[in-house]
Design a protein around this ligand. Structure first.
Ligand code: ADP
Length: 485
């Protein structure tokens, strides 16, 4: 593994707690999804009932927080920008590490490192703009002032599909606001997260401000992070199912919670759209990260009169995508995270076919290097239309009126991202207003960036990451009432 990196010291294999790297006898394997090769063994942070390391990470964060909060936002900015610069300086190595443990094409890994770093920069800047407020009082002897303060200790649990940026976009607002953090990446992709800790240490971010705990016992770690009274805020990105469990656990101490959960993104193409632009957007919004993102298109809704044209053009583009190992030059789609995930989507395809869907492109293979599959004749009550596919399968339905398209799009328990294509300005306004989603791409298939508020409604969760709103999730508002006589 180290031989593939120009700076092998970016590879860490134990938790980072209070500025110390922990090792233990008990270890778990990190494997390459492309071939199952073991990349490295990483130290467990729990051992059966023994959760003391996780508790010590929370204690370290608690101890470090007051001094961190006392620093001026300009001092925090300087440290965060050093961290940001180191991420970009080591972009190639960080991307290689990510492709090895996660599978995505190297060009996407590089893009993700830039994307993760952009949140660090954004929030380093935003930290300087935590304004309070003064409010005219009802009583002449009183003054009302509002200040914003860090919540304290933040715990974060993140998934494998974006091993760098999901953590970066939680740690960055947390520390910019003056909090300290205990982060827990999934055991499938711990190396990218640990490399962030290596760089944070090099940047001079004080010990205890960023702690990363790694381990394969997600339940045990999750329980401590959600139930510990010294954790003040809990932030999670992952499935709705696990989000429900964690939210319940947070109820015992009434923690402030942010949840970024599953999605079921519709991609609507109206007959008045620029069909070629829609096809381009569709390919990006469907196949990025082999279809394994929470904002990936899950349901294509195409107006009847342009259905066949869209399908033909979409299949032509999907056919050109290169499916191979992520480090191979020119790869568009790498391996899915593991065989279980790949088998899962193939089962979904078979079930959809039995229910009447028609496979117009693609073969089901046995490995996790799954090339695109395109299904038509899908209906919204099929499993494939109601559950997150999380793989390179495009499931296409057709519709005949604008209202039907909106109703179909909203007919899901999720509400993260939606996309639609139309060049009719009145329709654009109506549909944008009618979609019950937290984010809507209009004639655009790629919508995530640090300046924009990322997050969902309904069972896709709550809270917003990025943007001028993103710090609020990591701060408490305090109202001061002055009696000046
Ligand atoms: P995904 O399908 O994206 O993997 P999950 O919700 O299964 O989504 O996982 C997201 C994160 O939550 C991962 O870090 C995973 O290890 C962790 N996780 C899964 N189950 C639990 C649990 N019961 N308690 C705490 N963390 C969990």
């Amino acid at each position: 593994l180290s031989s593939l990196l120009s700076d092998p010291t970016l590879v860490a294999s134990g938790s980072y707690i209070d500025g110390q790297w922990q090792t233990s006898e008990s270890r778990f394997k990190v494997t390459n999804p492309l071939n199952g090769d073991v990349l490295i063994e990483v130290s467990e942070s729990t051992n059966g009932e023994d959760i003391s390391l996780i508790e010590s990470a929370i204690a370290a964060a608690k101890k470090a927080q007051p001094d961190w909060a006392k620093k001026s936002s300009y001092e925090r900015y300087d440290l965060m920008m050093k961290w940001h610069d180191l991420m970009l300086e080591h972009k190639d190595d960080l991307a290689t590490l990510m492709t090895l443990e996660q599978g995505k094409p190297l060009k996407e890994s590089k893009g993700e490192i830039e994307y993760g770093a952009s949140y660090v920069k954004w929030f380093a800047e935003e930290g300087k703009r935590v304004y309070g407020d003064t409010i005219p009082s009802l009583a002449s002897h009183q003054q009302i002032k509002i200040i914003k303060q860090p919540v304290g200790v933040v715990a974060a649990i993140t998934p494998w599909n974006f091993p760098n940026s999901m953590l970066a976009r939680k740690i960055a607002p947390a520390i910019a606001a003056g909090n300290t953090v205990v982060g827990r990446p999934t055991e499938l992709t711990p190396l990218s997260a640990l490399a962030l800790a290596v760089l944070a240490e090099r940047a001079g971010i004080p010990k205890g401000v960023i702690n990363i705990v790694v381990g394969s016992d997600s339940k045990a770690i999750g329980k401590v992070l959600t139930e510990h009274p010294d954790v003040d805020k809990f932030s999670f990105t992952g499935s709705t199912k696990v989000g429900q469990i964690l939210m319940k656990q947070c109820a015992s101490t009434i923690k402030k919670v942010s949840l970024e959960l599953g999605g079921n993104a519709p991609f609507i193409v109206f007959a008045d759209a620029d069909i070629d632009a829609a096809v381009d957007g569709a390919i990006k919004a469907k196949f990025r990260n082999a279809g394994q993102t929470c904002v990936c298109v899950n349901r294509f809704l195409i107006e009847e009169s342009v259905h066949d044209e869209f399908v033909d053009k979409f299949v032509e583009k999907a056919r050109q995508l290169k499916v191979a190992g992520g480090l191979e030059e020119g790869t568009d789609i790498g391996p899915m995270i593991h065989n279980e995930a790949a088998n899962n989507i193939r089962d979904m395809v078979r079930t959809a076919e039995k229910a009447g869907a028609k496979r117009v492109f693609g073969e089901l293979v046995e490995t996790n290097l799954q090339a695109p599959i395109v299904l038509t004749n899908v209906s919204n009550d099929m499993e494939i239309a109601q559950n997150e596919i999380f793989g390179p399968v495009a499931a296409i339905q057709s519709f005949s009126s604008e209202q039907q398209a909106i109703d179909l799009a909203n007919d899901t328990e999720y509400g993260l991202a939606a996309y639609f294509y139309s060049l009719n300005i009145n329709r654009v306004e109506r549909v944008a207003a009618g979609l019950k989603y937290g984010m809507v791409g209009i004639n655009e298939g790629l919508i995530s960036n640090a300046a924009a508020p990322f997050g969902g409604v309904k069972q896709s969760g709550f809270g917003r990451e990025g943007s001028k709103y993103g710090l609020d999730d990591y701060m408490n508002m305090k109202y001061l009432c002055y009696n000046h006589g």
